[in-house]
Design a protein around this ligand. Structure first.
Ligand code: RAM
Length: 359
């Protein structure tokens, strides 16, 4: 299928992001970085009419390389880089631990990349290196999982953090009839994205009267490692025999949990929901292990990250709130508060619609 055909969500959330044009804001790196290789690093004011510079070197550094979700994201980035005639590169660690990305950033600086697209494993551990990259004139775009806003130019968020957290709470509550014990199976303890979603979920449980009878009993970490996620699921079910639901906001976690539950006595007794890819979850939806889960099209995150990096490196934008640029086939985007760009709302998948998606 083509990239367009796989797109799951219209860009409905974008209007909400078109916030009042501000004279300042965002994170602008005005270092006197003379580009020795491409001459493309423009500083100062944005020039929306500037063409994308030829031959931009765009490197992607996902949380980890052996994660099917990351593979889909970076494939979208590669497509975009091909469209604007840049040089695509992919590097990354095999584990998603906090400091595993630092040495890769240092190497990318030495290679004079123009853009680094990174899904941060920890908001702070990568910051000194990312700021060294920015001092060298490299544009830094986080995607999927943000770094501290002081060390990147833009963040491509898949959906609003509030929206993801609310949809996790709603999917869980709807499936357990609004009452009972639940547990969270997360990725790594430092992951910016998972922790932000979990915070919203927790505050929903406290503040939304509809969830007053839901009790969160545990949060465990599968580290986005399939086997550890599988074992953590088993542990949760043994420790809390009266658990009603597991909510896993990670594609690695939810698929490992589904595999365990589908062949255990817990099938049909426990609700499993969270964030997963339709292709990894299809068999568990078909066999009834999972009724409903959510996601967005990861392809579009990488695609938008690449175009955002190119727009920065070509001087179309500086990263300030209110600036606009065109992200290829995705159309026009406006930079929101704190240099954030939101792709669109999450899509909920169930038995009725899952076969319409192929990613
Ligand atoms: C996993 C990763 C990723 C997250 C998705 C939903 O693949 O933890 O960062 O965005 O799940």
């Amino acid at each position: 299928m083509t990239r367009i055909a796989r797109r799951v969500a219209p860009l409905a959330g974008i209007a909400a992001l078109s916030l009042v044009l501000a004279a300042c804001g965002g994170t602008t790196q005005d270092s006197a970085a003379d580009s020795s290789d491409s001459g493309s690093r423009v500083t100062g004011t944005a020039n929306p009419d500037a063409p994308i510079t030829d031959g931009l070197k765009v490197a992607f550094l996902p949380k980890q390389l052996n994660n099917p979700y990351s593979d889909i994201e970076v494939a979208g980035g590669e497509t975009a880089v091909g469209e604007f005639g840049g040089e695509y590169k992919l590097v990354g660690p095999n584990d998603a631990s906090a400091s595993s990305q630092v040495s890769y950033i240092n190497t990318l600086i030495q290679q004079n990349q123009d853009v680094i697209g990174i899904a941060a494993n920890d908001p702070n551990a990568v910051c000194p290196s990312l700021n060294q990259a920015r001092d060298a004139g490299i544009k830094v775009v986080t995607f999927d999982s943000d770094a501290s806003k002081d060390c990147r130019d833009l963040f491509i968020n898949q959906a609003t953090t509030q929206g993801v957290g609310e949809s996790l709470a709603k999917m869980t509550s709807d499936q357990i009839g609004g009452s009972g014990k639940i547990a969270i199976l997360s990725a790594t303890p430092n992951a910016t994205n998972q922790n932000a979603w979990i915070e919203v979920l927790k505050s929903q449980l406290v503040s939304n009267p509809e969830y007053a009878n839901i009790e969160l009993v545990a949060t465990v970490y599968g580290n986005d490692d399939d086997q550890k996620s599988f074992q953590e699921t088993q542990g949760l079910l043994q420790t809390y025999p009266d658990l009603k639901a597991i909510v896993s906001p990670t594609t690695v976690g939810i698929s490992a949990a589904a595999r365990y539950i589908s062949s255990s006595n817990y099938k049909d007794k426990i609700v499993l929901t969270g964030l997963g890819t339709p292709n990894q979850m299809r068999e568990y939806v078909k066999d009834g292990t999972v009724k409903e889960f959510a996601l967005w099209d990861p392809t579009d995150i990488g695609y938008l990250a690449a175009y955002a990096g190119a727009a920065l490196a070509s001087g179309q934008i500086t990263g300030a709130e209110g600036e606009k640029f065109t992200a290829g086939e995705l159309g026009e985007y406006t930079i929101g508060v704190d240099g954030e760009l939101v792709l669109g709302p999450p899509t909920v998948f169930d038995a009725a619609n899952i076969d319409q998606y192929d990613f």
